[in-house]
Design a binder for this molecule. Structure first.
Ligand code: C5P
Length: 220
């Protein structure tokens, strides 16, 4: 079974994806990690994340273990990492270089320890539209910008990252704009995606909503 979960930053995709992967014994692919790894690699090596040819080179040279290594860096999940990811992800050559790796995963999905899985939950921006247009079930998760900024601000504060709510909101808004307006694979729901607005939902309500739809699909 292939499930795709797309939507803007901090809408609740990550939480939902990992909960569904665990419940249905599926592998989990956080595709944002690829773009974060390439973006951070550019920043750490002093290169401009908007230089398409250099970013493409970094994307082509990215391996799974290099991505895991970069994910330990304090800026991997920070605003710096998010902004750099959003910049490299707008470059068509970078998206092309990272597409096959994402698509191949659905042919041989594995859990984090390398054991084979019967399917995958993809978490990203274009996984239902471009990476896996033939997925069994697609969700597009949204929430209001203020709710998303509040959640992200709480996450940053818990991690001791020094920022303000206004800064987080401005950063998310800029990232949404860049992700939605780019020419290649812009952030948008697949025509057959189930829309899920989590603005007024608890995490449990969000999971229950998705589980109901998946169980119905499995029973059919
Ligand atoms: O999901 P996350 O916030 O980690 O993603 C970081 C950035 O990577 C996003 O803002 C987006 O620009 C980019 N991305 C993308 N396509 C994906 C996943 C992430 O363009 N499938």
């Amino acid at each position: 079974m292939i499930i795709t979960i797309d939507g803007p930053a901090a809408a609740g995709k990550g939480t939902l994806s990992s909960a569904l992967a665990e419940r249905y014994h599926l592998a989990y692919f956080d595709t944002g990690m690829l773009y974060r790894a390439v973006g951070l690699e550019m920043v750490l090596s002093g290169q401009n994340p908007e230089d398409e040819n250099l970013a493409e080179k970094a994307a082509k040279e990215l391996t799974f273990s290099k991505m895991m290594q970069l994910s330990q860096h304090p800026d991997f999940r920070s605003q710096v990492g998010g902004t750099a990811a959003s910049k490299v992800s707008a470059l068509p050559k970078v998206r092309r270089a990272l597409l096959k790796m994402q698509q191949d995963f659905s042919l041989n999905p594995v859990f984090a320890d390398g054991t084979p899985a019967n399917g995958v939950v993809y978490d990203g921006r274009d996984t239902g539209t471009v990476v896996c247009p033939h997925a069994d079930i697609k969700f597009f998760v949204v929430a209001s910008p203020e709710v998303r900024a509040k959640r992200r601000f709480a996450e940053f504060t818990a991690k001791g990252i020094d920022t303000t709510f206004e800064q987080v909101l401005a950063d998310l808004t800029a990232r949404d704009k860049r992700d939605s307006e780019r020419s290649t694979a812009p952030l948008k729901p697949a025509p057959d995606a189930v829309l899920l607005d989590t603005s007024k939902m608890t995490i449990q309500e969000e999971i229950d909503f998705a589980v109901k739809i998946i169980d119905k699909y499995l029973e059919a």
